[in-house]
Design a protein around this ligand. Structure first.
Ligand SMILES: *Cc1c(COP(=O)(O)O)cnc(C)c1O
Length: 403
């Protein structure tokens, strides 16, 4: 039997030693159970494949889960962001403040509407949008703030709401990582003007592809529904129920609908949200405990007034304590068959944004963090042995490349 000491002092797999595990442990993986399969099969045998009763049932369950008045299901998290940008009226000439430490979609929705993205830096401890940087980025053309609950930890929603209120701005919360998170005792989803979620396969619950918007504003909810479906005022199911053929197109909308098949899957997954969150929280606590003695590895700060949904377990490497950089640590962990990842490349560094004229060096916190970031595997279906493999592999690599 190999001991932990054997596992961590053996030569690195990168240098021809035995890897910590035989097969790659992915950084994220969906959990699909028999009840999910049955829910999908039932819909395939029903009369409605899309825009039928499953959509409304999923939306009602989702809204209840996060205590928001309305939930609107759409075809992806990106569609949700686009619909939000349409519904709040982003237009050419408008500026929207977005953090650079996010997935590109958080910023792209502004461009879809012809608006201008103004990147504002993040807090060094949590890597969520820094309210002071938001204030500094406000101009007479600013119309909205898009805040991102990075890694699953809610951003500073009270401070950002107060800034939005004071300057007459709209607050859009990209909570793609944060379904099930709470902020000062309140669930994420009813705290900004509009909140967006993703149901992509790597996210906390999934319908393959999918997204949801939530809001407490009924007029805004009606506009979200409008842009989801061609800017048409009544959908097919409502027409069927009302027995009427009449509809009107009143805005330039899209087909961003989520199917009944997907909504059935999403609703079955939603029923296990709390179970999945509890497991993620448990794994995160194990990592935090087990990495405490490694000075080269610094987890993100978790603030006491909020509960993360633990979409990602992000660490920053103290590269001054290592003989190599992040990229080498990344390669060494991958060779050990640990599917680490990097979230994210700062959005303005992407060639598309570089061509638009964004220049590096304006977001020192996000840009410095990026060079040191690693996400460790974290998903609800991980077994105890998987968690131990990650811990052992991190210890092994740091043992070999530490100063
Ligand atoms: C996943 C993600 C999105 C986009 O969601 P899709 O469903 O993949 O379109 C947007 N923002 C963030 C922060 C994400 O992680």
């Amino acid at each position: 039997m190999s001991t932990v000491a054997d596992r961590t002092s053996a030569p690195l797999a990168l240098n021809g030693g035995p890897p910590v595990r035989a097969t790659l442990l992915p950084y994220a993986h969906q959990t699909v159970e028999e009840a999910d399969v049955q829910a999908v099969v039932d819909v395939l045998r029903s009369d409605w494949l899309t825009t039928g009763p499953q959509v409304a049932a999923f939306e009602a369950a989702f809204a209840a889960q996060i205590a928001a008045r309305d939930a609107v299901a759409v075809s992806s998290g990106t569609a949700a962001l686009h619909v939000a940008a349409c519904a709040v009226g982003i237009k050419p000439g408008d500026e929207v403040i977005v953090p650079p430490m996010t997935f590109a979609a958080s910023a792209n929705c502004v461009g879809y509407q012809g608006g201008t993205v103004v990147f504002a830096d993040v807090r060094p401890d949590t890597l969520t949008l820094d309210p002071a940087c938001v204030v500094a980025a406000i101009s007479p053309r600013t119309r909205a703030i898009i805040t991102v609950d990075y890694a699953g930890q809610p951003s500073d929603l009270d401070e950002l709401s107060a800034i939005a209120e004071r300057h007459g701005l709209l607050l859009i919360e990209d909570a793609a990582h944060a379904l099930g998170a709470t902020y000062r005792g309140r669930p994420v989803g009813g705290l900004a003007h509009v909140t967006t979620f993703s149901l992509h396969a790597v996210k906390p619950i999934t319908s393959g592809e999918g997204g949801v918007l939530t809001t407490n504003d009924p007029a805004l909810a009606a506009r979200l529904r409008l842009f989801r479906s061609h800017g048409i005022t009544r959908d097919a199911h409502e027409r069927e129920v009302a027995g009427s053929w009449c509809y009107q197109m009143v805005a330039l909308g899209y087909n961003y609908r989520l199917t009944d098949v997907q909504c059935a899957l999403a609703k079955a997954q939603l029923a296990r949200l709390q179970e999945g969150l509890a497991r993620r929280r448990q794994i995160a606590a194990r990592y935090t405990q087990a990495l405490r003695d490694l000075e080269a590895v610094e987890p993100l700060t978790v603030l006491p007034d909020r509960d993360s949904a633990w979409h990602l377990y992000v660490v920053r490497l103290r590269v001054e304590r290592l003989r190599v950089g992040r990229d080498e640590v990344f390669r060494a962990l991958r060779a050990e068959n640990i599917g680490v990842n990097v979230h994210y490349i700062p959005v303005p560094w992407h060639p598309y944004y570089q061509r638009l004229g964004y220049r590096r060096g304006q977001w020192p916190v996000a840009e410095a963090a990026h060079e040191r970031l690693l996400s460790l595997p974290l998903w609800a279906g991980m077994r105890e042995g998987d968690v131990q493999d990650v811990i052992d592999a991190v210890h092994k690599v740091v043992h070999h490349v530490g100063r």
